[in-house]
Design a protein around this ligand. Structure first.
Ligand code: FAD
Ligand code: NAD
Length: 486
């Protein structure tokens, strides 16, 4: 692909970081013939996160919810270079980023918070760690966020996050390990009881959906294979606030509580985990009289789902821009998604701090918007080039007017909230639906579960994923979940 347009104008290099909910919709909607596009991400696939909690129990298989980056790029109109690497540093004054080869996808990437200081290149390949630099004309930062630990001692060492495929696979292995180990012990053995405690920390949608999915496995499948173990296996959901699913309508919060009660999920609200040891979590629990007590809860598996923290690359960028010095929870951006204090760096999704929630819905719409914005920016650049390099036929006055008009009418990002859905287990879901600007509907139950399934199928980014997810659901319906180890 030529680096020049037919009129001699040089194509600008657009570097996109990340292959998630922000960057991939940007790429899919971008006219890639207009830029030299380079996408950098340690994860060589797009992950459909809404169905990640279904993975540990095998309700869906991991290949069904991922879409390789290269299968996306090869269908685009212009050439796109994909580099399997993570951005580790940036010099905004030189328009340069440093990237490091990364073949392992983990929740933290270069972040230290998750305790992953290991090299990202596995030993067996014999590959030396490769670090290089890349220059950009425009940079889009879509690196997402990493799981938060709030610096609580022991979290990174002893718990598993629910962020990446590798996390879900670890939980899956652990579930089978604790079940089989407990099965070797007598029924009243305290160690058996400990092993069969699955603790989920965080009553946001990730924690609630994960707890619900595991309880489904216990009630619908394990019951048939190992009824003695099933009776003792207990899922506890620990939440610091008085309620779970705090972003949902109060009616749905109460409905979720009722469903958890019926399905035997042990819901512990007003309970904050303060310390994690290898077999026990130590919590502060607020009692109804307002006093606080310390409780110790033994666990066999601890799943940590307490929301987002800023990645180290994002922090590095923030530290180099004066206008970002007061930013704490992500990059500050304007209504064109341009990073405050820069001319050519844009950011979207969970690595930003805006008035919008850190959701796939927001990141997706931002990605679509940026694709449109970069189309318009190319039009602007092209007019500027024609003005700077006129031919005999160039009408400079007309072009200058067009430039002013385009610049004045550059569209701003506008978020359209479409509603929230969450699966709560036992084939029930809750939904807060926005019906245009005139009405909201809050609903929960079995029919909402069908709506949840239909919506997620609709949201899958490829037909292949849609077909595979439906087949997985049919397989579970007909034959139950697969209880063999990976
Ligand atoms: P991500 O999708 O996380 O993508 C970030 C990308 O950047 C990844 O490809 C990553 O590998 C890459 N990356 C990381 N570090 C670097 C680096 N240094 N250099 C280059 N690349 C890097 N939201 C909803 O709206 N609805 C839901 O139902 C929903 N369900 C969810 C379920 C789970 C289990 C989780 C964890 C989240 C869920 N979310 C949901 C939230 C949603 O997934 C996020 O808001 C969304 O992924 C944010 O998109 P993003 O592009 O900013 O980040
Ligand atoms: P969250 O931030 O929504 O919830 C985390 C919860 O953990 C909070 O309720 C917090 O009070 C609790 N918590 C924090 N520290 C704790 C501690 N030490 N002990 C006990 N509880 C503690 O996080 P999430 O669920 O991972 O969601 C992250 C984002 O992704 C949100 O914007 C969410 O809306 C979105 N998401 C949406 C869906 C969906 O729509 N179905 C699913 C998953 C995630």
């Amino acid at each position: 692909q030529s680096p020049f347009f037919p009129n001699g104008e040089k194509k600008k290099t657009l570097v996109i970081l990340g292959s998630g909910w922000g960057s991939i919709p940007l790429l899919k909607n971008l006219d890639t013939t207009l830029y030299n596009v380079v996408i950098v991400s340690p994860r060589n696939y797009f992950l459909f996160t809404p169905l990640l909690p279904s993975l540990p129990t095998g309700t869906v298989e991991f290949r069904s919810i991922i879409e390789p980056v290269r299968s996306i790029t090869r269908r685009l109109p212009g050439e796109v270079i994909y580099l399997e690497a993570e951005a580790t540093g940036i010099d905004p004054t030189k328009n340069e980023i440093t990237i490091k080869q990364s073949t392992t996808v983990h929740s933290g990437h270069s972040g230290q918070d998750t305790g992953s200081s290991k090299s990202t290149v596995p030993d067996y390949t014999g590959i030396e760690e490769i670090t290089t630099t890349l220059n950009y004309d425009y940079l889009v930062v879509g690196v997402g966020a990493q799981p938060s630990t709030f610096g609580i001692p022991g979290v990174a060492e002893h718990s598993t996050f629910m962020k990446e495929i590798s996390d879900a696979a670890t939980v899956r292995t652990k579930i089978h390990d604790v079940i089989e180990a407990a099965n070797l012990l007598p029924k009243d053995d305290p160690e058996r009881k400990r092993l069969l405690q699955i603790v989920v920390c965080g009553g946001g949608p990730t924690g609630v959906e994960t707890a619900g999915e595991i309880q489904d496995y216990i009630d619908q499948d394990l019951k048939k294979w190992l009824p003695d173990v099933q009776q003792q296996l207990r899922v506890s959901l620990i939440e610091a606030l008085p309620n779970v699913l705090n972003s949902f309508n109060a009616k749905l919060v109460n409905y979720t509580k009722r469903v958890f009660n019926e399905t035997n999920i042990n819901l512990l609200t007003n309970t904050t985990i303060k310390k994690v040891e290898d077999k026990v979590v130590i919590c502060n629990q607020k009692k109804p009289d307002g006093t606080t007590q310390t409780v110790e809860i033994p666990y066999g598996i601890l799943i940590w789902a307490t929301g987002n923290a800023t990645r180290s690359f994002t922090k590095d960028l923030m530290s180099k821009i004066e206008e970002q010095k007061n930013a704490r929870r992500g990059l500050l951006i304007d209504e064109y998604l341009k990073v405050d204090g820069t001319d050519n760096i844009y950011a979207l999704g969970d690595c930003t701090f805006t008035k919008y929630p850190p959701t796939a819905q927001v990141a997706f719409q931002e990605g679509q918007y940026l694709a449109q914005l970069f189309q318009k920016k190319h039009e602007l650049e092209s007019i500027k080039y024609q003005i700077a390099n006129p031919t005999d036929k160039t009408n400079i006055e007309r072009l200058a007017k067009k430039l002013d008009r385009l610049e004045a009418n550059l569209p701003k990002f506008q978020y359209e909230y479409k509603g929230s859905l969450a699966y709560i287990g036992s084939e029930k879901a809750v939904a807060d639906l926005a019906m245009g600007t005139w009405s909201n509907i809050s609903t929960g139950g079995g029919l909402t579960f069908l709506l949840w399934r239909s919506a997620y199928i609709y949201m899958c980014l490829s037909v292949k994923n849609q077909v595979l997810v439906v087949l997985d659901w049919m397989k579970v319906y007909l034959f139950g979940r697969d209880c063999s180890k990976e």
